[in-house]
Design a protein around this ligand. Structure first.
Ligand SMILES: [Zn+2]
Ligand SMILES: [Zn+2]
Length: 757
């Protein structure tokens, strides 16, 4: 019998497993990896043994393997094999849809060996096996064999080779097998790249961090910048040189027990943090929070991950620190740094030391970030540990489509039959470097899945880099080009994720280019797969955006735009004149422009209303990272109540926001800030949910969804859920795809695959 298996079956110890299963069932033949990331098996033997084999393949498969499809063909003729072997990989690539696994955190067996002085890999930072280690970030091409990875440069020693060839060993056919004799080496250098002689460079790096030094540390998918989590001085330096005055830093903690001392950890959060993906999880700070306030200033939560490589564990060995700051090393508007040379060039002014190793990184990959809304995981960023494993959909797409994403926080996505492969996090695609990264990541996805693309989807915005790139690629390759409205992409993605074909979708975020060319961002859309389109059925009130982009950076401008002719706003703005780069003069210009109604841009953005509220409550006057004012407003609202008790004011399918901002302004000093912050959430969530539920009932639609960057906000989400459910409707949010712009590429590609005829 010839068997081909598709799924995640390379790089997960699948061939050794097939070998053992065949041998125990007394079968002869072979197993081999194919260039389409699938596995081919030939079996000779008794019928009942073959049947038993097939059952065991499903029941006993290795923990990281995923089987999508098993195709069997009965063969006839005489027996040819006298044993079962693992054959050299073949270059056959005829079945698309298989893929190699994401990078996998160090397993418990490897961790035990790392700690065992009698083990040949004792204290070896790059200890891995068939169950763990890097995959996605080291693979250059398929099939997954050592010569196709960046481990190619490290020929195995006799000891490693013996394990590699031993069917009973955990490292049987482990492509990343290495030891201190034959594998990659780590070393320390000064900030200018001078080697620092040390017998134990990794533990020395930990000691340097503990003493207050800043280090660049090479990991699986790129460099981290690391520092102490309790000493303010290096963090202050880091914020100055990185021009990151407020943006939160992620931290890596020694273990879960120490995390519990400074943050709340639910059972679900603990499980997520300890999973093989080992993501950063945003945890609520405890009252007893004892780490530096410079890590996540003004926020109620902190991003924490556990060590995921041998090297990470060793950093903590000879120090008492509970955690270190571990933030992606990316220069402004650039992808995460991955090569040693590149790091020395880009980071030498930021760090005191480099901890380098000599294994190349084939593909950049940032850490993933999630938070839990109760028991539902929400992706802020889906990257290391998840990419390129596909999202499996309940139905088949009619087209093979690439989605190139929007502009900020981008990813790309390849939709192939009933699976969507989303790339690692690319970032803000605004310059050549990130555009190149997007191109490479997209090519890599296409190669990894051996697929033939038919269409390419992008945003409706005529000037996005990704729109231009899509047009270029469509023309060059003869692909169909689809331009998809931003918020339609969000809602369509949510529909396909939940296999729903009609939905009223609430989509709230900062900005998306509307079909009328205006700035949208607080939308209620009616989408049906039948009509293959969407209808904008309601939205937030249009508000002026004085200065356009400037207003997104300085939220006081948004507040000024709403308040200018209504109250004693001018006096208040003047009180805050120091928060305008040009002081009083700037305020006068803004007010003059508003009064004369000189072509001010308007927006229906929900993000801008949250921004204005944050400014009125003095929580944030300058946005230094995406979402900052809204995140600080949510953090403040966490223990608040709705004391404003404002009834949502609707007019002609518009939820008015002026009454909210006006009332907030009037009561800004009378009521508690946390209650006012909560009241803003309550007004918007209630208003939008009531509108959406009403529309759904009118249209006979059973499902209301919430998507867009604002769906990362737990308060908005939980209020909406309550109201929609009370109306007897189903309420859905994203669970597999980021609700923010990291999910746009997915939404664009499913519009191509499911909403087109
Ligand atoms: Zn392992
Ligand atoms: Zn070795």
């Amino acid at each position: 019998m010839k068997i081909t298996i598709t799924g995640i079956v390379q790089g997960v110890g699948f061939r050794p497993f097939i070998y053992r299963t065949a041998v125990t069932n007394g079968l002869n033949g072979y197993v081999q990896n194919r260039s389409d990331a699938g596995v081919e098996i030939l079996l000779e033997g008794r019928k009942d043994a073959v049947e038993n084999f097939l059952r065991e393949v499903h029941e006993k498969k290795p923990p990281l393997a995923q089987i999508y499809e098993v195709a069997t063909t009965r063969l006839h003729g005489s027996e040819e094999f006298s044993e079962f072997t693992i054959k050299r990989s073949s270059d056959v690539a005829e079945r698309s849809g298989s893929v190699i696994p994401p990078d996998i955190a160090i397993c418990n067996d490897c961790l035990r060996e790392l700690r065992d002085p009698r083990d040949p890999r004792f204290s070896y930072f790059f200890i891995t096996c068939t169950n763990c280690g890097p995959r996605f970030t080291i693979i250059e091409k398929l099939p997954y064999d050592r010569e196709n990875t960046t481990m190619r440069e490290f020929p195995t020693c006799g000891f490693c080779l013996k394990e590699y060839r031993d069917p009973l060993n955990r490292r049987f056919h482990a492509q990343t097998v290495a030891c201190p004799t034959c594998g990659p080496k780590a070393w320390l250098t000064t900030s200018s790249g001078e080697p620092v002689q040390h017998d134990d460079p990794i533990r020395e790096a930990g000691r340097l961090l503990s003493k207050g030094k800043i280090l660049a540390i090479k990991g699986y998918g790129g460099f981290h910048i690391a520092a102490s989590a309790t000493i303010d001085r290096p963090l202050r330096t880091l914020r100055e040189v990185k021009h990151r005055s407020q943006k939160p830093f992620a931290i890596m903690a020694r273990n879960l027990d120490v995390v519990r001392a400074f943050a709340e950890v639910s059972r679900e959060e603990a499980r997520l943090m300890s999973s093989y993906a080992c993501p950063i999880v945003l945890l609520n700070k405890k009252d007893a929070y004892h780490l530096s306030d410079l890590i996540a200033p003004g926020l109620h939560n902190i991003g924490v991950m556990l060590p995921y490589t041998g090297l990470h564990y060793m950093l903590f060995d000879s120090v008492k620190d509970a955690a270190f700051v571990m933030t992606s090393a990316n220069p402004p508007n650039q992808p995460i740094v991955k090569d040693n040379e590149e790091a020395l060039e880009a980071l030498s002014e930021t760090v005191d030391y480099f901890l380098l190793h000599n294994r190349q990184i084939a593909h950049r990959c940032d850490d993933s970030v999630l938070r839990m809304h109760g028991k539902t995981p929400v992706f802020m960023r889906r990257s290391r540990g998840y990419a390129p494993a596909p999202i499996r959909l309940g139905k088949r797409a009619s087209l093979r489509v690439i989605g190139l994403g929007g502009e900020l926080n981008s990813t790309s996505c390849l939709l192939l039959e009933d699976k969507a492969f989303i790339s690692q996090h690319i970032g803000d695609v605004e310059n050549l470097e990130t555009e190149q990264f997007l191109k490479n990541a997209t090519d890599h996805l296409v190669r990894l899945t051996s697929s033939k693309v038919e269409a390419i989807a992008c945003d409706l915005h005529p000037k996005f880099t990704t729109t231009n790139l899509a047009q270029e690629l469509a023309q060059k390759n003869g692909w169909q080009l689809l331009q998809v409205q931003h918020h339609f992409a969000h809602v369509a993605g949510l529909m396909v994720e939940h296999n729903v074909d009609k939905m009223v979708g609430i989509c709230c975020d900062g900005y998306g280019y509307g079909t009328d060319g205006e700035a949208w961002g607080g939308e209620i859309l009616l989408c049906t797969q039948e009509t293959r389109d969407f209808k904008r059925i309601a939205h937030l009130e249009k508000q002026p955006l004085p200065g356009g982009d400037l207003a997104t950076r300085y939220p006081l401008r948004v507040a000024a735009g709403i308040l200018y002719d209504k109250t004693e706003a001018e006096a208040w703005l003047l009180e805050n004149k120091n928060h305008f780069p040009h002081g009083k003069k700037e305020i006068t210009t803004i007010l003059n422009q508003l009064e004369k109604q000189r072509r001010t841009v308007t927006t229906t953005s929900c993000g801008r209303i949250l921004d204005a509220a944050a400014a009125i409550l003095s929580l944030c006057f300058k946005r230094t990272y995406e979402g900052e004012p809204a995140m600080k407003l949510e953090s403040t609202a966490r223990n608040g109540k709705d004391t404003l008790k404002l009834k949502p004011s609707m007019r002609n399918d518009t939820l008015e926001t002026t009454p909210l901002i006006l009332e907030l302004f009037r009561k800004r000093t009378d009521l508690r800030t946390q209650d006012l912050a909560y009241s803003v959430h309550a007004y918007l969530a209630k208003g939008l949910a009531l509108l959406a539920a009403e529309k759904a009932e009118q249209e006979g639609i059973k499902t209301v969804g919430f998507t867009g960057g604002a769906a990362c906000n737990e308060i908005l989400t939980s209020i909406m859920r309550r109201i929609v459910k009370r109306s007897g409707l189903r309420f859905v949010v994203h669970e597999a795809v980021p609700p923010g712009d990291g999910g746009i590429s997915f939404g664009q590609s499913v519009v191509g695959g499911f909403f087109q005829s």
